[in-house]
Design a protein around this ligand. Sequence first.
Ligand code: ATP
Ligand code: MG
Length: 239
Amino acid sequence: MLKAINVTKRFGELKAVNDLSFEVQQGQVFGIAGPNGAGKSTVFNLITGVYKYEGNIEFNGRDITGMPPYRIAKAGIARTFQIPQTFPSLNVQKSISVGSRFGASGGLDLAYVDEVIRFVELEQERSKNTGLLTLLGKKKLMIGASLATKPKILMLDEPMAGCNATEIKSLMELIAKINQELGITIIIIEHFMKVLTELTEILLIIESGRKICQDEPAKVTNDPKVIECYLGDPNAERA
Ligand SMILES: Nc1ncnc2c1ncn2[C@@H]1O[C@H](COP(=O)(O)OP(=O)(O)OP(=O)(O)O)[C@@H](O)[C@H]1O
Ligand SMILES: [Mg+2]
């Protein structure tokens, strides 16, 4: 469904992504992990057309290399950001409506906005200013605004960052539900290994922009190369 072929992104001398190839199948929950600065968020920025790069990216058999972000969004690729981005002066209903105007949704669809608000369990907060939401509320809102674009692929950049165990559980359930009930393919970047092993079918580990390995999570976590470059890192969250 999504295929990266020998993709390289240079920032001056630095190769943030270095000759990276991988393929995500339709319906999968596909995980990306690796140490800080490995190039994970940059991969999302390349897929969504934020930066130009070397190599190619295909989506549903179509070359999307060099396409502007709005066209890539329209094709059905949505993403959330590592740091929650909300419109602090808008309420929940209006913020999710903004999502509904963009992407593959075909324009504002208020009935679908209501469905999304229920799906992400923000009915109680629908008239609340987004700036007043809890961290979990903001995360659900960001996911809701992405869902309102009616994506085929949803890309989540560290959705659990800063969350406690209860919040993580709630987000994991939501992500699984998006995949299973809505049939949306998911690519998730996460530092919490437990989240990745429970949620994903395939896990890609990158370091310094390069692929270290790609396999089922149980195999990846036992791979000596991964243990050396990533899991041995005291900053890696395995709780
Ligand atoms: N716009 C940019 N200009 C210059 N360098 C950048 C830019 N964006 C990212 N980089 C560099 O590219 C490398 C990869 O960054 P990236 O944000 O993709 O890492 P990451 O794997 O998402 O890390 P983290 O786990 O900390 O979020 C880093 O060395 C970073 O400093
Ligand atoms: Mg990042």
